[in-house]
Design a protein around this ligand. Structure first.
Ligand SMILES: [Ca+2]
Ligand SMILES: [Ca+2]
Length: 507
């Protein structure tokens, strides 16, 4: 979905400063042009579904059905790397064991703030991570593929703000490093989408995910939460797995399941390939994160949090794909897609546009012989379209001036030359060390379990310095946000840095 939320703050000087922040991630703080509506109407507050524990979802999809030839319950996703381009992952119980989460480069606006690197201040990425591969047997929480490992690329800041150029850079990194020692990236979860109407044939974001697909990565993308007759970008790319959300309607049984009201339906040309449970899913909570403090009613005990969206549905599918790839590592992305589509369970009330082939059926997919003729033959994307058009209506903006980042330039103001980028991206060589599209975005290698960071150059595209102003934690706390709302919530970097992520706050 695409959400546009505008915060307006009156400064001490009586000047109205506006920050237009867009959160194109496919779930979470929903709708709302006005803060009041946002607070009252969030999907994070959706308590309508029961039996929405991830384990129940997995069981309903056949996860523990033993059919005599395949015991799906024995599959954990072990050895399979799932890349998660999102808001980072917090090292909460269930995701903090050695080897569970490997941090790729932090490409978010918070990457320059000590203490915030790779950390999920939004709460969204951790929710996805828990659904995909969480494993906390001591407290009874398990994701779909508890044995899989995650490669987290933080791109979204605490309010979900991100530019499409950051997402494309992250996808390119995943392609370039998919076979790095210990990573084995076979799945990419993108619970993200813009409302771009640019044809996927030329859209650069579409080209990026298609390239990943061609390199052997199963890209799972959410279709959006507007209930619209349109699939968001990049789920609109015909190759990838476009996932909509099912509403279990409060029961594990599927007889009463429907397409969730918020789930984008698509159209005859492009619609969800399949749907998976996406309403009121309970996953791991990040205490103190944006969604945690904004939607306290969505907390489930101390450790868990409830959320709805095609984001969550995509995460369910990503975990399931990890199970299939553990079982049969030789499956191509096209084969995985066809297995899932051929075995999906049609809804009791057919809705081929809204639900595609129907609901995810892990058990049958794992039992079905791999299709021989699965090769998709859509026209290849060129990536030669517009970066600005890929954004749709999602733009980040300067908190003081309100100036939006628009046009054919990335967050560093570097010109976007499609021909140049597409030529290297298609070969998995868009990154050169820590440099992407002509700027240094990150370090050049892993240090421990995280990719090294780099200091971002002070680049001005509006004659101002973003790096020095907008992306510094102290500036955020003191500048753009309502004081009463934010200073009491510990969003400044000093507080985050002082918090013990592995200590009492989480224990
Ligand atoms: Ca049901
Ligand atoms: Ca089936």
């Amino acid at each position: 979905m695409v959400e546009t939320r505008r915060w307006v703050r009156r400064t001490g000087l009586g000047v109205v400063a506006a920050l237009l922040a867009t959160t194109p991630f496919g779930a979470g703080p929903a709708h709302a042009a006005e803060p009041a509506v946002e607070l009252a109407g969030s999907d994070w507050l959706d308590l309508g579904g029961a039996n929405a524990a991830v384990g129940v979802v997995k069981n309903a999809a056949g996860g523990k059905v033993t059919n005599g030839t395949v015991d799906t319950a024995s599959l954990t996703g072990a050895g399979i790397g799932v890349a998660l381009i999102d808001s980072g992952v917090a090292p909460v119980a269930g995701l903090n064991q050695p080897g569970k989460v490997i941090n790729g480069p932090d490409l978010s606006f918070e990457s320059q703030t000590p203490g915030l690197q790779n950390i999920d201040t939004y709460g969204h990425g951790t929710h996805m991570a828990g659904i995909i591969a969480g494993s906390d047997p001591a407290n009874g929480f398990e994701g779909i593929a508890p044995g899989a490992h995650l490669i987290s690329l933080k791109t979204a800041a605490y309010d979900g703000a991100v530019d499409v150029s950051q997402i494309i850079a992250a996808i390119d990194w995943v392609v370039a490093h998919r076979n790095d020692p210990g990573l084995n990236i076979r799945v990419l979860n993108l619970s993200f989408g813009t409302d771009s109407i640019q044809p996927s044939l030329i859209d650069p974001l579409s080209f990026a995910v298609e390239t990943a697909w061609r390199k052997g990565i199963v890209v799972v993308a959410s279709t959006g939460n507007d209930g619209a007759a349109r699939v968001t970008n990049p789920a609109s790319n015909p190759y990838v797995l476009a996932v909509g959300a099912a509403d279990p309607n409060g029961t594990a049984a599927r007889a009463d399941d429907t397409v969730a009201a918020f789930s984008n339906r698509g159209n005859a040309v492009r619609h969800p390939d399949l749907i998976a449970a996406g309403r009121s899913l309970v996953s791991l909570r990040v205490p103190g994160s944006y969604i945690d403090t904004t939607y306290p009613a969505a907390r489930v005990g101390d450790r868990l949090f409830r959320g709805s969206g095609t984001s969550q549905a995509a995460a369910v599918v990503s975990g399931s794909v990890a199970l299939l790839l553990q079982q049969r590592p030789g499956l191509s992305p096209d084969q995985v897609k066809q297995l899932l589509i051929k075995t999906a369970d049609p809804l009791p009330k057919p809705d081929p546009i809204g639900s595609g082939a129907g609901q995810l059926d892990i058990a049958e997919a794992s039992a079905l012989i791999a299709p021989l003729n699965a090769t998709q033959v859509w026209a290849p994307a060129t990536g030669l379209g517009s970066l600005e058009a890929a954004r749709g209506t999602s733009h980040v903006a300067d908190g003081v001036t309100g100036a939006e980042l628009t046009g054919e330039r990335d967050i560093f103001g570097m010109p976007w030359i499609p021909l140049t980028w597409a030529a290297v991206a298609r070969n998995g060589k868009a990154w050169n060390g820590g440099t992407w599209n002509g700027s240094v975005w990150s370090g050049q290698a892993f240090t421990g379990t995280s990719w090294a960071s780099a200091t971002w150059a002070v680049v001005s595209w509006t004659g101002r310095s973003w790096a020095g102003r907008s992306w510094n934690g102290d500036s955020w706390a003191g500048r753009s946000w309502n004081g009463a709302t934010w200073t009491g919530r510990s969003w400044n970097s000093g507080t985050w840095a002082g918090r013990s992520w592995a200590g009492r706050s989480w224990g």
